[in-house]
Ligand binder design. Sequence first.
Ligand code: MCA
Ligand code: AMP
Length: 491
Amino acid sequence: MLNLFEKGKKYKEKIAIVDEKGAYSYENLLEKSQEVANSLLEKEIDLKEKRVAFLVSPSFDYISIQWGIWQAGGIAVPLCVSYPFPSLQYVIEDTQAEYLIVAPEFEEILSPYRKDSSIKFIRVQDFQASAKRKLPEISKDRGGMILYTSGTTSLPKGVLTTHANIEAQISTLVDAWGWNPSDYTLSLLPLHHVHGIINVNSCALWSGATVEFLPYFDAQAVFEIFMKGRVNVFMAVPTIYFKLIAYYDTLSEEEQIAITERLKTFRLMVSGSAALPISVMERWHQISGHYLLERYGMTEIGMAISNPYHGERRAGHIGQALKGVEVRLCDEQDNEIPLDQPGEIQIKGPSVFKAYWKKAEATAKAFTVDGWFKTGDIAVMEDGYFKILGRDSIDIIKSGGYKISALEIEEVLRTHSSIKDCGVVGIPDEEWGEKVVAALVTEEAIDIEALNHWIRGKMPAYKIPRKYLIVDDLPRNTMGKVTKNELKKLF
Ligand code: MCA
Ligand code: AMP
């Protein structure tokens, strides 16, 4: 990761970050992150890949801490600000984090760790200015970050990327999308996922650009920031574009004209993390004059396929392989097939993650014998552009850009005393991509409001079912397995 900090030194005086508290130069960022590194190291020379979990809202502090962990030789484990305690606990304990850095607003929720002798509880406000000291030399094959992703297992898996992986993920996009020091981006995506961490923040800061934080999504606030005239690069998930369009449509003609004029001056607008509906792409083009650049990626690989920066951005398609990323399509036996036939996307290249954290079996299963990463996404190439056709597992749901495991939700629902059995599926939804819904077989009458309240204490809001259906039994095949396609039809 050293290149990120080296590049920062080039832009010392420039504004790197704007947050609720103020504006910070690259020099401020380098100083603060060195302070964080010094404090973490104390008397040690190198954190040697110890896991450092941190729960900090998107801000200058967040980036300083992330950079500080990297510079001290630790593995950064960003925690999601909207998680209830059990979800935070899972990540902290699964990574065996030895340090927990906590912003004031999250001290309460993480207070159970305050007296835990196995973890060092550090308050953000306790980082002190200190004398500069030599920071460790970190080889790029060392672990740099663990992000959690849901999948076909009931519990999320930690995706371990090395400094080299992170660097490859950033530099590929910087080149492909023309990032440069005059760019100014708005960062509003959650910072426990690749989209916000790599595509937005890290690409901008690698390039000497400015990142302005909006720590929560709000359509009105987004347009207000746009109208200040600085932002020229914007990246978001399709749900956000949907919500921006809905809000724009409520404005007066005069306000709409002013916004449209402003958006036309942007350099780049990108959509990803889930399929961009053609209707959203077309409407956004009417509003902004921009064809959204749709790209395809995954926590395990960063970005792999992208519509061109220059050239036609084709609706309903994800584009071509990015430079440095090898892409092939395969049949179920992992044999490569021609690109004009539907097959699983498989990926190779320096941006592909190292391993699922402490899950050797899952890691082995995710790769072919000759080292290709199996994405589970089915695609085909049409006239030189890849198009996603679906996924190989019905148990993976994409809602609001978040990847959600149906199995994880089912497992939690089954722990409820009134629920005998259940089945969770994603059903198509214009705004969210898919909506999580659940069919329940219950022991007794169940109060849905109370159930909702109960489940919100156990998992983040974005994972909870939006609709429940009480059924006598779940549809099953002759083997007794729940048939999820039949289940979907019930909704
Ligand atoms: C929240 N709500 C939902 C969902 N999420 N309803 C249905 N489906 C959902 N998925 C409900 C909440 O419970 C709440 O209702 C209301 O919507 C507002 O919630 P809030 O959290 O405030 O929602 P929001 O702020 O409007 O969030 C929408 C959002 C957010 C901004 C689109 O979902 C988001 O930030 N998504 C981005 C996720 C992301 O970055 N994914 C990248 C991972 P109530 O008031 O009743 O509670 S993928 C990735 O990194 C790969 C590499 C890639 O390719 O990018
Ligand atoms: P995540 O594991 O959260 O990183 O999500 C990665 C998944 O998001 C991929 O495996 C795809 O299923 C989906 N995805 C990302 N970008 C796109 C896109 N442009 N179109 C369709 N699906 C996408």
